[in-house]
Design a protein around this ligand. Sequence first.
Ligand code: PHE
Ligand code: ZN
Length: 852
Amino acid sequence: MSVNTAKNRLDYQPPAYVISQVELEFELLPSKTRVLAVSQLRRAEAGATSLWLDGQELQLISLTVNGKDWTTYEQRPDGILLRDLPEQFELCIRTEINPAANTALEGLYLSNGAYCTQCEAEGFRRITFYPDRPDVMAVFTTHIIADANLPFLLSNGNLIARHQLADGRVRVSWHDPFPKPCYLFALVAGDFDELTGSYITKSGRNVALKFYVDKGQQQQAQFALESLQRAMKFDEDVYGLEYDLDIYMVVAVDFFNMGAMENKGLNVFNSKFVLADAQTATDTDYFNIESIIAHEYFHNWTGNRVTCRDWFQLSLKEGLTVFRDQQFSAAMGSATLCRIDAIKTIRTAQFAEDAGPMAHPIRPDVVEEMNNFYTVTVYDKGAEVIRMQHTLLGAAGFRCGMDLYFQRHDGQAVTCDDFVQAMQDANQTDLSAFKRWYSQSGTPELSAILENTATGVRLTLRQQTAPTKDQADKHPLLLPLRYELHDGKGQIQSGLLQFASAEQSFEFTDLQLPVIPVLLADFSAPVKFSYAWQTDELLYLSQHAQDGVARWDAMQQLWSDLVRRSVRDGQLAAIPSGLLDVLGQLIRSPLTDLAFSAELLTLPGFDTLAEQYEQIPVEMILDALESYQQQLATLFNADWLDLYQRLAPAPYRYSEEQTGLRALRNTALRYLLRVTETPDSLWQQQYTGSDNMTDKLAVLQALVRAAHPQAQQMLQQFYLQYGHNVQLFDKHSALLASLGTPQVFALLDQAEQLAQFDWKNPNRVRALYAVFGQQNPAMFHQADGAGYQRLASVIGKADVINPQLASRLVTPLLSFKRFAPARAALMQQALSQLQQQGLSPDLTEKLNKALH
Ligand code: PHE
Ligand code: ZN
């Protein structure tokens, strides 16, 4: 498609007509579902007489205005334009849709025999003709008519009626009293197991909590239910926010494009983020379930009660809600660990996005396909931008800002500017300098110099942001910097700096060089920071920084310095003895926070290291990482074994303490499996003897990463034993796809042939190919380009079925400019070949940006 459908943020126009109420009636049939939509409209723009209704892949049956057949309209492929409309009218539209043929998983579709909807961002237009834009908010009533073999007929709000019809079918009615945009509409119809719980809100209202899962999986929703209760409590305690309906429902489906969706009162979840028990889920799965359940719940206020005026404002709800779910996770477990997780996401995926052809600010200015903007920039950098406001205003000031935001905007569709305005007004402060974070893309690079002065030391800071694909001119940003200045003898000065210009100096008294600085404690701004630390200074910080994140960061910096030197010299740099001492000490006597110890003992990943190079030296990074891990495995072999044996597992429970123990023990296991002296019985015992999936999977991961001779055979065994369970089938696929040897290509072929594999199911495809593209650098970047060819052909195949899925898989190919010419050419060639095929708008937007 060559038509340019780009939309600009600044072209926003308020709706010509608004809708107070809409009544929907669905008659469900797999390939012929009838939809009746009756809306009450009122003119909002003086003099307007025409109205645009979005509509896609709909069959129009009839259209009336105030009960009369309406003929003054123009039908186009993407909607209809109604003309000559009165000031106020009832619009009645009948359409027919085909859920069974819907493989894009937007609008109404079938997932394993159950009907379900996905309307964000622009899926409602595949259900009926409607102004499919978030600033049109209406009260929805929904009637669902279906055969009795679909016992659960669900929609938003409260159940108001259920009737048996004369023909044996059932008709149920739901009413949602809160006006909402159509992207929050949901309908689910199917046969499920139901898990019920309840929550009493702080003002004493009883809310029914209901989870709908595939038959036989009721118990596996228990953890998600408890997570929901914890999230509800957290939002009351921290933000004073209470739930507002009598019922909160969560449906788990296997066919889903994303993680989950916050539809009002009726969340729809990818089942892998609901279902968990010790036998099928890992500690990481439990963590993700708790955080995503909380995320969708928190949307009830940040997203639903107050929503976005237009999709350019997506970060208004997503950045804020990610920040809120991160706060929640930090309160439920180790705050440092949560922060480290978030930092890894920013330093790998987000920095890469900024450096690539899809670079955009957290509030984009130009969008072709909205589905392409559900990005790490909008979500995760967006959360960092909220976090910086929290840092600048303090927890109490931030809370005042939130209170004012809800006071002003409850029930409205608003902008990011409105949010910052509330923060500003509640704190009587000026955030105008800060606001550039919303409009500027790219990653600021911060550097620092320290000098002695007559009275103390001077810290000179510089910042600079390189031009990005979307924006040539960059300006300084306001950076909140949490610093610690160490004199190396135990004296520390710490605080918060606000650095807002290209260059600025700050003076500190009662201090003389040498001083060891920490400038981004807790990663207080999403920037790249460079400083000429000496090795022993980093070693000092790794032990003595007050902030846990800074201690971890010092270790990461030590390793990335070593890799950088190795790459520069074309020869492996020796690990300094001081670093070996610190590591040895940690292995022999880990810190009380075992999970944190595990992080300190783990080298940075390929992606983190790669982000520091303008041209990524793939083999050299991989070789250096490999050699260093091998050295640590060999040097500390006895200590690893000792550590492993001391950390005896207890019967499985998901708790902070146990998770930490497993993380550290499995770190030891990973090193142990790299040396041939380790007897097979060690990992075999863990594999067969453990009572949980975390420890079983850790064995397989360690075998795969060490390219152990028995890795493939064990994968096969795992498949035979567990492959009938889809979650475990996906774990098997992911392990296969991350095998760093050329056999991986044949294994991928075989995996596609397995009975459980299904090109129409995004979870199945992602488990193989998102993992292959993003977590198997050795084979994806294989020098002959076989990895690129493979991914491109998969994307071509997926695009015909599900454009959103295809468009997400293409990310690793887009950044070809970051690689040496021979490799870049192969990547580019794979993309160009893909472009030969007629592609979806989703892929078209990305490929056009990447290739031009
Ligand atoms: N709004 C969802 C969330 O962040 C994500 C989503 C977007 C799901 C688009 C489906 C489609 O919670
Ligand atoms: Zn969200």
